[in-house]
Design a protein around this ligand. Structure first.
Ligand code: MUC
Ligand code: MG
Length: 366
């Protein structure tokens, strides 16, 4: 089962409702579809969503690093030799999204080759994940309307509110309006994408006391080491590391230095293999995890469900799985469905991300 060919196909699908947050705005899913072909006809699939304003990877850089750096070294390796595949990927630092997609595509190929669903190969804990929906920058009344609508339509009862890099009063008002309108049974947590200073984050925590917020994600730049440590010590709710912890090494550093006390795992930037290492670190140290979303399309969201449902610790909280609802279309042949606030894994060999070839032909850019 040798790797015979690797394809990196850039494509673009517009959003119907762009998502705006402290680091940028996503109006088009300008992603890269990755396909790993083996010499016995298996094709592993994954999606790479570049987030240039966060990690510096772009659609062009992901395509280039796969075509020019990784593929030439991976061709001829057996898909079962994951440690050798990872030795190749590890030699080049950064480029986490390109590496994550290659890793997921290899796992997908392995699952198909051995005839097992990947969620079972990874751990097989459960068959679905609860969905958390991300609310971007919009007037508070519109956010409430969106949350109520998503609750009604999909049964979603967990919402992550994007905050930061705008007047604090706007963020605080949005928290209040959501809590008043959604009632006490709905979970609300915040993600500032480094949009505050640590002291501003403390002020927001003070002014939202009593609103029952559950998590505070990436409030400020992790490089504000001392202030952030102080924030983590004083915060009544877990401070979640997200873009500060794309690798297992980053997770170790941030947890050990007190920069956060919970970790957001994103399969888009860690693949399944490094996500497994990260999860092991977190469970070993007794630290909560969340399954995050890199503004994924459906193929990426299915990968997140596959990993998240496979493990007990990642299934405890709702995973961020619903951004694809704001896209005008998608490549996944059999669309994801959110039923009773959950998305199910696929009980087919591999991850189960078959691509609609007509749609790929329509949206591909190369
Ligand atoms: C998040 O949790 O920060 C925004 C950019 C990105 O890479 O992920 C999203 C959501
Ligand atoms: Mg985040």
């Amino acid at each position: 089962m040798k790797i015979e060919r690797i394809e990196a196909i850039p494509y673009a699908i517009p959003y119907t409702h762009p998502l705006k947050f402290a680091s940028g705005e996503v109006a088009t899913a300008d992603h890269v579809l990755i396909r790993v072909y083996t010499d016995d006809g298996v094709v592993g699939i994954a999606d790479a969503p570049p987030r240039p304003y966060t990690y510096g990877e772009t659609q062009a850089s992901i395509t280039a690093v796969i075509d020019q750096v990784f593929a030439p070294q991976l061709l001829g390796l057996d898909i079962m030799d994951r440690e050798r595949i990872h030795a190749v990927l590890r030699r080049t630092i950064n480029n986490q999204v390109a590496k994550g997609a290659l890793d997921i595509a290899v796992w997908d190929a392995i699952g198909q080759a051995v005839g097992e669903p990947v969620h079972r190969l990874l751990g097989g804990w459960t068959d679905r994940m609860r969905v958390s929906h991300m609310l971007g920058f919009r007037p508070a009344a519109e956010l409430l309307e969106e949350a109520l609508r998503f609750g009604e339509l999909y049964g979603i009862t967990t919402f992550k509110l994007k905050v930061g890099r705008r007047p604090l009063a706007l963020d605080i008002e949005a928290c209040r309006v959501l809590r008043d309108g959604l009632g006490d049974d709905v979970e609300i947590y915040l993600d500032a994408n480094r949009g505050w200073t640590a002291n501003e984050a403390l002020e927001v925590l003070r002014r939202t006391e009593g609103l029952g917020l559950t998590l505070l994600e990436e409030p400020c730049d992790a490089k504000e080491v001392l202030s952030r440590r102080r924030l983590v010590e004083k915060s009544p709710i877990p401070v979640v590391g997200d873009e500060s912890v794309p690798t297992a090494g980053d997770v170790s550093r941030e947890l050990l230095s007190g920069g956060c006390n919970a970790i957001c795992i994103k399969t888009a930037r860690s693949g399944f293999t490094e996500a497994t290492e990260i999860l092991g670190l977190c469970t070993g140290l007794g630290v909560d995890v969340t399954m995050g979303n890199q503004i994924d399309a459906q193929i990426g969201s299915l990968a997140t469900v596959t990993f998240g449902a496979a493990h007990e610790a990642t299934s405890r909280r709702a995973g961020e799985l619903s951004n694809f609802l704001d896209m005008s279309d998608d490549l996944l042949a059999d669309p994801l469905r959110i039923v009773d606030g959950t998305i199910a894994v696929r009980d087919v060999p591999g991850v189960g991300a078959a691509v609609d070839e007509d749609k790929l032909a329509a949206y591909r850019l190369d």
